[in-house]
Design a protein around this ligand. Sequence first.
Ligand code: ATP
Length: 236
Amino acid sequence: MSEPVIHVSDLTRRFGARTALASVSLSLPRGAVYGLVGANGAGKTTLIKHILGLLRAESGSVRVFGLDPVAEPVGVLSRIGYLSEEHDLPAWMRVGELVRYSRAFYPAWDDAYAEELRQAFALDSSARIKELSKGQKARAGLLVALSYRPELLVLDEPSSGLDPIVRRDILGAILRTIAHEGRTVLFSSHLLDEVEQVADHVTMISDGRIALSAPLETIHESYRTLEEAFVARVGT
Ligand code: ATP
């Protein structure tokens, strides 16, 4: 088996008295779509921030492409496409400017694909980002995260703000294509039916602990739906 893209070992993170992650271990091989599910406050974003090197492991370790993302941020982040929950984008730019600005950072930027996505997402190049709706901002953030064809795509709650058609038809297809190309997607969500439609492998997190982590097919051997598995492992 090839080296995992993400390897998290015994990671614990506290914020004051609150334990956000408790002894989390996870090993994700490349070439699949990984869904990270959990209720609000379960620890999903905290785990993602460790993977991106935005938080330093207090105990335990995190490796991405075999590298420590805190010690080697350039080596790791240049290979990751990331969409945050807040879709933080420069508000004053126009969509076309955002594309030109972003492509300067990435030698592998794919102009034709960026244009294809801009059209699929119905984004107007001359529109100012601050005037976009939440869903349009999410589309613009996705366009940037996807257009340099990163080896690892990390999406924190990508659906928040996206309408059902983009979510189901466009995002689902994009994520499947990425996995078919041998690249890797990790996305967090609290929408179980959405994760069930797209993910190959599901990790459930509850109160900072991994409640279940398995291929969707294996989960379906024991549970009819992901919701049933979630209720059994995590509670309502
Ligand atoms: P959501 O679905 O609401 O985004 P989440 O699963 O992403 O939730 P996290 O944001 O990882 O959850 O938060 C896990 C826990 O850690 C929560 O109890 C949260 O209040 C706490 N927490 C996260 N970041 C901080 C911080 N910077 N300071 C203090 N507490 C924090």
